[in-house]
Write a protein that binds this ligand. Structure first.
Ligand code: UDP
Ligand code: MG
Length: 321
């Protein structure tokens, strides 16, 4: 017994966002109720330990379209996003941050563009990031430049995780064996017809960022290793340079030995040992990145565990009643 699918699903991953919940619900609901079409909001509570879960329960009492997907533990923004998107039932699925940095009003524009131009993907592109600090902007610019080189030109610059997907894209994502694909790379990689909608990135409505430097670095490492073996090639290249330098040092040492100045060879010996050690360590590190990635994929361990889904509860209620 499946209910008719809503025209639109809005997926909102949230981790300890109790302070933005009222503002978020107000803005989002105003936009979606105005749409005049059936919709669902999938709030993915990423193992919050503040009042987010309670807040969502309260909201749900007066907002039947709100569906709460609670993850067992904090699994990270990407995993929460994937959990919500893969379980969304709408014919179109929009993912948006909880902190109102992405304006909910833009959802309407995305839907309009997708329908008018018959597109499967509509990216939200940030035209102005002045509300993000210079460090965030600088690292983000580097990240997108690198990703465009690794994945291809179809990766839009300055497009985060505010985007619209059609049902076809969601189904394609479900077929991927990866437990936690990096959506902002895998979606362009799938190659569906896509378009863009521009918007101003606003300041966080309340609360503080959950993306410290360590998480940004983690996302970057995962992005690179899930899409390219180029760093391995770089390691090989570096190894070749190391070998060449060592060859020169060997010649140098032999000449010094022939001239009877062997003691003078000690510094070069040191340099050779240190250099080789450094190159080997670097290569080992890079290999480790890939081995780690292979390890997690081969394990097939899910990136998250769903604790509860209010949609399933409703079906249970109906079956019982
Ligand atoms: N988020 C999440 N799980 C996490 C960290 C963040 O679901 O472990 C959510 C967060 O609640 C927000 C979105 O991911 O809705 C983006 O996070 P944030 O605004 O902190 O990142 P920033 O905008 O600073 O990059
Ligand atoms: Mg944010």
């Amino acid at each position: 017994m499946t209910r008719p699918e809503p025209a639109l699903s809005v997926v909102v991953p949230m981790y300890n966002e109790e302070s933005v919940l009222p503002a978020l619900a107000g803005r989002l609901r105003a936009v979606l109720d105005d749409l005049g079409e059936a919709y669902e909001v999938v709030a993915v509570d990423d193992g919050s330990d503040d009042g987010t879960a309670t807040g969502l329960t309260v909201l749900r009492a007066g907002w039947p379209q709100l569906r709460v997907l609670r993850l067992r533990r904090n699994s990270g923004h990407q995993a929460a996003l994937v959990a919500g998107v893969l379980r969304a039932r709408g014919r179109h699925v929009v993912s948006i941050d909880a902190d109102l940095q992405d304006p909910p009003e833009t959802i309407v524009e995305m839907l309009r563009v997708a329908r008018a131009d018959d597109l499967d993907v509509v990216y939200g592109v940030r035209v102005d990031r002045s509300t993000d600090g210079p460090f965030k902007r600088w690292t983000a610019a580097g990240y997108y430049r690198l990703m465009r080189r690794l994945v291809g030109k179809q990766v839009p610059a300055q497009a985060g995780d505010f985007r619209l997907l059609s049902r076809a894209v969601v189904e394609a994502l479900r077929e991927l064996p990866e437990p936690a694909p990096v959506l902002r790379l895998v979606v362009p990689w799938l190659g569906f017809p896509s378009g863009e909608v521009t918007y101003q990135r606003h300041r966080r409505a309340a609360g503080r960022t959950k993306y410290p430097l360590s998480r940004m670095a983690g996302l970057a490492a995962q992005s690179v290793t899930s899409f390219s073996a180029a760093p391995l090639r770089f390691a090989t290249w570096l190894g070749l340079v190391g070998v060449a330098v060592c060859g020169l040092l060997v010649v140098f040492t032999v000449v010094a030995w022939a001239l009877g100045a062997t003691v003078d060879g000690w510094p070069s010996l040191y340099v050779a040992i240190l250099f080789l050690g450094a190159v080997q360590l670097l290569c080992l590190g890079l290999l480790g990145e890939y081995v780690g990635r292979i390890y997690t994929v081969v394990q097939g361990r899910p990136a998250y565990v769903v604790a509860a889904d209010t949609a399933a509860d409703e079906q249970g209620d109906r079956a019982a009643g």
